[in-house]
Design a protein. Sequence first.
Length: 84
Amino acid sequence: MANPSLKNEKLYDDLRDEGMSKEKAARISNAQANDDMHPSEKGGKAPPYEEWTKDDLYTRAQEIGIDGRSDMTKDELIEALRNH
């Protein structure tokens, strides 16, 4: 049965076959079908965590709920953020 909300059903099916979630496959297939979007281009422009201040790393860890962040060093915060 066709899904009218999908703009590129074949790509969606291929992405699902690769193990992608329904939501992510739908977002990618619809973005690929939209001429104004370029999903294959590199994403955000945020600097690597090593360039962040410890306070900024702590704030980000707080936003996403990393436990024990107040006792972590800068390197530990970076590792926890990358592994979250």
